[in-house]
Design a protein around this ligand. Structure first.
Ligand SMILES: Nc1ncnc2c1ncn2[C@@H]1O[C@H](COP(=O)(O)OP(=O)(O)OP(=O)(O)O)[C@@H](O)[C@H]1O
Ligand SMILES: [Mg+2]
Length: 314
């Protein structure tokens, strides 16, 4: 009855029926609610941290598994490359011998050849030549990846371009292609691995000639740009579909617009990229389907003579 007068001022007066807090059980209920919510929260928290610890352990185990799988993959990759190198090497020399035997036959040094027989031998020669080219590219690529050296020397640019052009053009079929060479603003010489640089140019020029139809044009331009040698090989050929541009330097990748009509291994550009980057240079490409393609190589004029993986003759 004493409480009755204060009740209207109590803020929870309407929420809590008077008889609950009037007889002290109210405190007990409050205490109970408070204690059980603390217990409940602690329980949940410890549950969560237990689960987190479990997850962490699971993640650690997964990452150990991944590391082991990666190591295994690396080893398999190394074995695969070694295997490819051995097979390519063992295929290359008998193929070279077969090719020289074929040229003996075709030269008439083993007696005269009937026209029909000559045609068969010529076709055989072309097939073997393709295989030989394949084995050689595979071998070059795997050799370059395992041995990490460049045979550095002064390389004169104008004669190099001429030589590459002569070698690449020797392979082109009977196509009339207007070839323009401009080395007028090129550096006289740079320090590089001559054989590799020649290989780079032969590959790019051979591609330009191969993927440009009769009546087209191929331009090779060498120039000095800042402290680099810049070589552009451009053509007015079939071009490369834009979505394929990022993949053409991949090993074995061949464009879908060439795969059916021309032969090739898809290793040429992989080699180009490897060789140029080994020199600290870069290679890039721009292309428009049915309009043409331009490859640009940029090479440093000089090599760090003591760079550990570029030392002469190591
Ligand atoms: N000048 C070019 N014009 C159009 N497409 C090109 C040109 N150069 C390269 N490509 C595309 O890039 C692909 C890869 O070229 P890459 O030189 O590596 O192989 P390939 O020419 O097919 O065979 P190979 O190993 O005999 O050189 C080609 O298949 C072709 O689709
Ligand atoms: Mg090629």
């Amino acid at each position: 009855a004493e409480y009755a007068g204060a009740a209207p001022h109590h803020p929870f007066g309407d929420l809590f029926p008077r008889h609950v807090h009037s007889d002290g059980r109210y405190l007990l209920v409050l205490y109970f609610v408070f204690a059980s919510s603390i217990l409940f929260t602690t329980h949940i928290a410890s549950n969560i941290s237990e689960r987190l610890a479990e997850r962490e352990e699971e993640l650690r185990a997964k990452s150990r598994q991944l590391e082991a799988a990666l190591a295994e993959l690396r080893e398999k990759d190394r074995l695969k490359s070694e295997y490819v190198r051995v097979v390519a090497h063992d295929m290359k020399s008998p193929l070279a011998s077969a090719l020289s035997l074929i040229s003996v036959l075709l030269g008439g040094y083993a007696g005269p050849l009937e026209p029909k027989a000559r045609e068969v031998v010529e076709r055989m020669g072309r097939k073997l030549e393709y295989l030989h080219h394949y084995a050689k590219d595979l071998l070059d690529l795997s050799r370059m990846r395992s041995a990490r050296f460049l045979s550095l020397q002064p390389v004169e640019i104008a004669p190099l371009v001429e030589e590459a052009l002569a070698l690449a053009a020797a392979k082109k079929e009977d196509k009339r292609i207007n070839i323009v060479v401009d080395t007028s603003t090129a550096p006289k010489e740079i320090t590089a691995d001559r054989e590799q640089l020649l290989h780079v140019l032969i590959n790019l020029v051979a591609n330009a000639l191969k993927y440009t139809p009769d009546g087209g044009a191929v331009t090779i331009r060498a120039a000095t740009e800042a402290d680099r040698l810049r070589i552009d090989v451009s053509d007015t050929g079939i071009g490369i579909p834009p979505d394929e541009l990022p993949r053409i330097f991949d090993e074995f990748y061949r464009g879908r617009n060439v795969a059916k009509t021309t032969k090739g291994t898809g290793l040429g550009l992989a080699l180009v990229k490897e060789m140029v980057e080994r020199h600290g240079g870069s290679v890039s490409v721009e292309s428009r389907p049915h309009q043409g393609t331009r490859f640009t190589v940029k090479m440093p004029l000089r090599q760090e003579p003591l760079a550990p993986d570029r030392r002469d003759g190591l």
